[in-house]
Design a protein around this ligand. Structure first.
Ligand SMILES: [Fe+2]
Length: 391
């Protein structure tokens, strides 16, 4: 029976979810012994073919099993937004919208389920694209936004900084309650504090009628361009490190975007306790006669390289925002001045490299805080942007 072909002896029966191989009906006159002998001969002659069939069917079953989990491409479509750019081959920001295929892809519950099932994929996108905009989902308030942030799976990190903020729900806070007509300058969130968030998640509850954008800047682009124009200055400041000062009032002043008082910032009205907490955050305090306090920070880096981000040197400092201001200063850690023309030119580069989109109601933006600086343009009221900071 060496020449027996599988096509002569087997019929492949392809059902929807299973595949069976069986012997074709035998002639009624054939005995059981003959049937058995013919089947064994056929199996032996076609062993390799059978083994290949088993492997293929196992693979089909595995694929079916993974299909029961929502996959990114089942749920999300890639969209576009105004101000988007392609940087090093990646769209910045990556815009994800609900897929039009299938049933419910827009509710906050469906979005949360899709993110929960694809956490590693999302993390990879945030790091590769520096920013992800989730647009077109039906996320309406702080509670729903909180549920979506929880689904992303990143731990919460408490905000420490000068912006006046109010707790709203769960891990969600107002972004900045300083006056809307003021510009909140470009910064990495909590750049001056030892433990800073890796991700900032912003949510648009009420889009501003005019202005009020949250522009952001790929931080490595700033370093690249500063190195083109001031290679020696960049390397010198990077080697020396930076020293900042920032003066805070005792009580909150919501008339200023840096109006967070030290009592609120350090969570105490006791000066000795505030000093202890400041030390833990890597700061020294100098008390001033009017009840305010000068916070001294340093040495701090000019640029930093973080794992998984292509070795890019991030402009991880706040020199432009704090240099030469009434309430703040930035200098080299050895006390030498930073030239004003350098600061001014880097400020221009930051503006030139910034990307800006219009807020739509329900937009959620995830920023890689290790790779982007963000800001707030002056805005007409009303505007309500909420934030969650994540490790
Ligand atoms: Fe911020």
């Amino acid at each position: 029976m060496e020449g027996t072909s599988k096509d002569d002896l087997f019929i492949v029966d392809e059902g929807k979810d299973q595949r069976k191989v069986h012997a074709p009906p035998q002639k009624e006159s054939a005995s059981n012994e003959e049937d058995y002998a013919a089947l064994m001969a056929a199996l032996n002659a076609n062993r390799e073919w059978l083994q290949a069939k088993v492997s293929i069917n196992n693979a089909l079953v595995m694929e079916g099993a993974s299909r029961s989990q929502p996959r990114p491409s089942d749920f999300f479509s890639v969209g576009e937004c105004e101000g988007q750019r392609t940087i090093d081959g990646e769209q910045v920001p990556l815009v994800l919208t609900p897929s039009t295929a299938g049933e419910d892809h827009t509710s906050h519950e469906a979005l949360a389920a899709a993110l929960r099932a694809n956490r590693e994929w999302l993390e990879g996108k945030v790091v590769a694209n520096s920013a992800v905009l989730l647009r077109g989902f039906d996320v309406r308030d702080a509670a729903e936004f909180d549920a979506v942030v929880e689904a992303m799976g990143w731990p919460d990190i408490r905000y420490v900084g000068p912006a006046p903020r109010t707790h709203v729900h769960g891990r969600v806070w107002t972004a900045n309650e300083g006056p809307l007509e003021q510009f909140v300058y470009f910064h990495h969130e909590m750049v001056l504090i030892k433990e800073f968030p890796e991700k900032i998640v912003l949510f648009c509850e009420v889009p501003p009628p005019e202005g009020g954008e949250t522009p952001f800047v790929p931080s490595f682009r700033v370093t690249e361009r500063a190195l083109e124009e001031f290679p020696e200055m960049v390397e010198e400041l990077d080697a020396k490190g930076l020293r900042y000062t920032l003066t805070a009032l005792s009580k909150n002043d919501t008339k200023s975007m840096r109006g967070r008082g030290w009592e609120d910032a350090f969570g105490t009205s006791d000066k000795a306790e505030a000093e202890k907490r400041a030390k833990a955050l890597g700061m020294d305090l100098e008390w001033l006669p009017d009840g305010s306090v000068k916070t001294i920070l340093g040495p701090r880096a000019l640029t930093r390289v973080f794992p998984g981000r292509r070795g890019r040197r991030m402009w991880f400092n706040t020199v432009v925002g704090m240099h030469g201001k009434e309430e703040s200063s930035a200098a080299a850690a050895d006390g030498s001045e930073i030239p004003a023309n350098f600061v001014q030119r880097v400020g221009e580069i930051i503006e030139e490299e910034s990307l800006q989109f219009r807020w739509h109601r329900g937009d959620i933006v995830i920023l890689d805080n290790l790779a982007t600086l963000h800001a707030r343009r002056p805005s007409l009221p009303p505007r309500r942007i909420l934030v969650a900071t994540c490790k």
